[in-house]
Design a protein around this ligand. Structure first.
Ligand SMILES: [Zn+2]
Length: 185
């Protein structure tokens, strides 16, 4: 499980190994909680209520996040149903949040939350913040696997989820294709 998104909500969208049809980290509640731990949200044993509803909610939120930022990466307008689904989860999250000082502002946190649904709160907060404040012109999608990322390179040149996972594979495929074509001519 790799976190390459530079943004919590984009890392959440990347819990499918490849789009379409990749392995789904959120296929089980254990997978969701392991991701939450790796992403630094909560240790898995923080939750007492791990009902199946949270898993469906998680997948619905993830797909809304994916479609929204995939559209933005392609410089299209996101679907309004997806945006309102994310914002409504964020609104629910804010009702039980407490604010913590971070840098020059505040971030919402949920220290006492005992339901696995709370894994979704920081994800929704991250999505809302990215959508409202950007930088949206830095949102990109890997052309090989569909993972989303925030491009933090100085000149905005990032193209792949990671060079190791997709960039070098595609480049070597192209290299051999070019070599074969050259030999054939
Ligand atoms: Zn990729």
């Amino acid at each position: 499980m790799e976190l390459v998104g530079n943004s919590l909500c984009l890392d959440f969208a990347n819990t499918v190994s490849k789009r379409p049809g990749g392995r789904d980290q959120l296929a089980t509640m254990e997978g969701l909680l392991t991701w939450a731990q790796v992403a630094g949200i909560h240790p898995p044993d923080a939750f007492v209520d791990v009902g199946g509803v949270a898993l469906n909610d998680a997948i619905e939120l993830r797909e809304s996040v994916y479609r929204t930022f995939s559209a933005i990466a392609a410089q299209r307008h996101p679907d309004s149903d997806d945006v309102s689904a994310m914002m409504s989860t964020y609104a629910t999250a804010l009702r039980s949040a407490s604010l913590h000082r971070e840098g020059d502002g505040h971030v919402p946190r949920w220290p006492g939350e005992r339901s696995a649904r709370a894994v979704l709160w920081p994800v929704a907060a991250s999505a809302a913040r990215l959508l409202l404040e950007g930088p949206l012109n830095r949102v990109g999608e890997c052309p090989s696997c569909g993972w989303l990322f925030l491009d933090t390179t100085r000149n905005g040149s990032r193209r792949w989820c990671s060079m190791a996972m997709c960039g070098s594979q595609v480049k070597s495929r192209r290299y051999y294709a070019a070599k074969t074509a050259h030999r054939g001519s």
